[in-house]
Write a protein that binds this ligand. Sequence first.
Ligand code: GLN
Length: 483
Amino acid sequence: MHNKTLTELAAGLRSKQFSSVELTQTFLQRIRQHQQLNAFITVSEETALQQAQAADAALSSSQGGVLTGIPIAQKDIFCTLGSKTSCGSKMLDNFIAPYDATVVANFNHAGAVMLGKLNMDEFAMGSSNETSFYGPVRNPWDTDCVPGGSSGGSAAAVAARLAPAVTGTDTGGSIRQPAALCGITGLKPTYGRVSRYGMIAYASSLDQGGPMTRSAEDAALLMQVMAGFDAKDSTSVEQPVPDYSASLNDSLQGLKIGLPKEFFTAELDSHIAAAIHAAVAEYQKLGAEVVEVSMPNLQLAIPAYYVIASAECSSNLSRYDGVRFGYRCQNPEDLSDLYTRSRGEAFGSEVKRRILMGTYALSAGYYDAYYLKAQQVRRLISDDFKRALADVDVLMGPVTPSTAFRIGEKTGDPIQMYLEDIYTIAINLAGLPAMSIPAGFVDGKPVGLQVIGNYFSEAKLLNIGHRYQQVTDWHQQVPKGFE
Ligand code: GLN
């Protein structure tokens, strides 16, 4: 059961091959069996089984949609009414959300079953899941290695078949990078396509939720539920939601692919480069044309991002003051002691580093030199994409410079960790959609191909992913021990 696609699971439920309760129990059992991966922060066994019973009742009277009765799991950044929403932090270890995020409400409305909440880097800051208060997640392909981050629990859970499909969020690469390192499919939608209401804010002008699944076909089903206008999110875009599954099989004849030459430099592992070129050649067989493009400002993406994301997070995280919710220190002497000790004791070192960088960049006298400058660079990067995407339909390149690295390998050097996102961050600065799909293995570890499209081209990206997945089987490989 755990190796079936969402479409197969939906068909199985409808034809009564198995019930949602049976399906849910199967995945709960697998989660228990593979606890050593540390993919989940919370497993919601009781409520999951209740939801499954309700789904079975709906299915037996032929009600419900494609996702009715299908178990999924949520990154622990999405607020879930009545259950713990920690965002990977000691600060929110005691936080029971008083409402559902719009994404969560949408899944509930669709009749999906929530298995639990997935481990992640603290407040989504990280590229390896090692900043989580709940400890690192292990990569199912090599349990000594990281799964990527910040949606590391999400990626590991899908790769290890602990959940058929899950959610993630991507501020600078957190859907695509872990998807690549764990050999799954991850889609970061256009900024504003998926509601951020109830999704705990890291850097609000960059954050975007999206699906993490085994295939593009499955991602289309999740996008159908996740996407849409939400009046509760002021940056949500009022745009009709297409039928994401309808165009999956469209022909790729004449598709114009741009390869940004700045993506293929010395930092890129040569075996990954070879895998990307092989994937591009597969697209040529499917009728695509390939041209080289140049995006001269891409190299500025990392410094610009770390100024902007840190500035925004320093503001967003000022709400955690020990007063209204979250962690509070013991016996504060006065208000100032309450603030400083609560924050000092509950935030981890990476979060503190970002808050310090952010408050510095925003402070009087430095604002123009850092924050304003970074915003100007952001515009240059957007313009690079605009120019490139005027001539081609999509851009392709790697997701990560290397495959999954060992746990502990980069924790001592934040700059090395920041460079993990060298190929993903610019896309967030521009607000574009991009997808990572499995495109091979190097030394037994997965490689991801990144496909970047124009604004609101998610249906096209999924089509491009699906056609590739029909002629390759990288996405069907299962890590040893998790078959
Ligand atoms: N690794 C990047 C960071 O630490 C991106 C994280 C994300 O996309 N949430 O900020």
